[in-house]
Ligand binder design. Sequence first.
Ligand code: PMV
Length: 378
Amino acid sequence: MPQGVRVRVSPPAQILFHLMIVQDFIASEVTNKIQEISFSWESPSNIALVKYWGKNPDQTPKNPSISFTLSDCKTTTSVLFKRIDKNSKVVDFDLIFEGKKNVSFRPKIENFFSKIQVYCPYLLDYQLTISSTNSFPHSSGIASSASSMSALSLCIMSFEKNLTSIDNDFFFKKASFISRIGSGSACRSIYGGVNFWGNHQEIKNSSDLYSVELQQDISPKFNNYRDVILLIDEKEKEVSSSVGHELMNNNPFSKVRFAAANDNIINLMRILKSGDLIDFCELVESEALMLHSLMMSSNPSYILMKPETLTVIKRIQDFRKKTDIPVCFTLDAGANVHVLFPDKFSSEVMAFIKKHLSSLCKKGKFISDSIGLGPKQI
Ligand code: PMV
């Protein structure tokens, strides 16, 4: 165990639930010396409704965010843990992506392990073989960091559960905590449904360190909510999310943005409870456009939307006005468009997408997904 690291002493359950601090996530001393074991998880991506944009050096967010966990856009990861005798200072791992040894993702995973080894010191005694595949096409322009980091974190937590004694609540909280260290938004993929990440004074149990699933006060109108992802641009983004977050430190509108995001959290919570879908569309679209306006007002400024993105946005808004069907768009940090709508309007909206939007997608491609139940151990 690294010097200066204290052994976690489990507080009583209720305290654990309310008062998790960074030190609570340091693994207890390991007594069970397993020689070899493997775990597999599949974990989905998620789409933010109120966006996280801007972070602190410890990868805590500048403002809280709320997301839908998806169902079919997911990463499946298996990790084989083999005990080694050498006294390693860094986590020893091999990385296989879609059946091939992968070098391009290695620095990100190395960085992840260097940051989490203080919380999971037992990893230093093992050699890890990590094998991953994505359900969505590679280089589709869909960020896979949320699904991949959450799947890997869950495999690590399954291992920790076999080495130490932890309860289910701690299992998922720590999975979310370490996922966050890998990629901020990944912490919201640990649970299904609607997720909340970030400290908000009006939301009980909210934390900057991990996400919580919002189980109460969600209208049934959001059950099976659909998300069709229009693949407008399949290339890697010109400006990465990490650079984008960093540019928020000097963005002239950052203070106003963080205040607006906090207000939108309260507004969205009210909408999720009431099920007012027109208010939902307006709020979600304004969040997406605010995210991209922050990119345009950064220094240096940049634009990730493509001409097709704007055409799609206009067509969705016109369709909503004409039909009164509550369909809206949201955007990630990229050109692709997520089309959100209630399941009961699927036939009308899918016909509209095929007729009026798919021609604006690269090779006519889009991915049909919906709100999902969260990760699954396999
Ligand atoms: O988790 P990151 O660092 O890839 O940032 C994600 C940022 C957005 O997708 C734009 C918003 C969000 O909350 O997911």
